[in-house]
Structures are given as structure tokens and as C-alpha cells.
Unconditional design. Structure first.
Length: 108
């Protein structure tokens, strides 16, 4: 007769595997007894710090200032009148505004 596997057996196996895998992960990141104060993560900086040349930094600042000045000049200029329908009207000259009829003088 073969033993029957129940839900308890599966739960126990799952719990045992979870404990085993968490122990391996804890050992990988230093765990709690390692003296590492960064929360268990390794202290590594994978991005090297670049030292910029002062001349390059000065040139970038000049370019940035010129860009900001050009934006300021554009915002100070009055916007040009934009007519989105100008190409639909053709080349006809603009018609003068209709004149109001002369007001009648009261009879005396």
C-alpha cells in the first residue's frame, strides 16, 4: 500500500523549501550578523565618478546661458499675427471694412 499525500504534506514541503531558499539569499547579501549597516545589501558603486575638466564645465555654462538668453529674447518679442487661413484665401487684397451709413440729420 502506498502512502497518500495530503495537503499537509504539500504545505510542509512548501514551507521547508521556502526556509531553505531564504537562508541562501540571506547568506548572499550578508544577513543580519555581517556587520554591514546598509540593510543587508552590498556596499558597491558600479557607476564610476567622472572628474570634469573645469574648461569643459565653463563652456557648458556659457552655452546654457546663451540658450536661456535666447529663450528670454523670444518671450519678450511681440508674437506675430498668425493667420492660419491665409493660404485658403488666395492672393486677393484685403477688402476694406464696410462703412456705416451716414446718420440722418433730424429735420428742423
Amino acid at each position: 500500500m502506498t502512502p497518500r499525500l495530503t495537503a499537509r504534506h504539500f504545505a510542509f514541503a512548501f514551507f521547508a523549501l521556502a526556509v531553505a531558499w531564504s537562508g541562501a539569499a540571506q547568506a548572499q547579501f550578508g544577513g543580519s550578523g555581517g556587520g554591514n549597516t546598509s540593510g543587508g545589501l552590498p556596499n558597491m558603486n558600479m557607476i564610476p565618478q567622472k572628474v570634469e575638466d573645469p574648461a569643459v564645465l565653463e563652456q557648458r555654462e556659457k552655452v546654457d546661458q546663451a540658450y536661456r538668453d535666447s529663450l528670454r529674447k523670444q518671450s519678450l518679442q511681440a508674437p506675430a499675427a498668425v493667420d492660419p487661413w491665409s493660404n485658403m484665401r488666395g492672393n486677393e487684397p484685403a477688402k476694406p471694412a464696410a462703412q456705416k451709413p451716414a446718420a440722418k440729420k433730424p429735420a428742423q
